[in-house]
Design a protein around this ligand. Structure first.
Ligand code: F3S
Length: 74
């Protein structure tokens, strides 16, 4: 499984991830993205049904702000 989080230091609020993987990514008041699976903590795996959308978003982020790990960040 994949675990994910967004680096808000480099996110430019472009909006691609929420459009591509709306069940995983949402935006804060400043438009910066975060993983709504687990409040951006990379502790809950991306559901299998959402994996392809997640990979699309991961590969589409223009600033490589979407992070991906095969282990939880504990
Ligand atoms: Fe930010 Fe990348 Fe999403 S720039 S809004 S994390 S696609």
């Amino acid at each position: 499984p994949y675990y994910t989080w967004v680096d808000k230091e480099t996110c430019i609020a472009c909006g691609v991830c929420g459009a591509t993987a709306s069940r995983i990514f949402d935006y804060d008041d400043e438009g910066l993205a975060f993983s709504k699976l687990d409040s951006n903590s990379a502790t809950i795996p991306v559901p299998a049904d959402d994996e392809s959308d997640f990979i699309d978003a991961f590969e589409s982020c223009p600033t490589e702000s979407i992070k991906k790990s095969s282990t939880p960040e504990l």
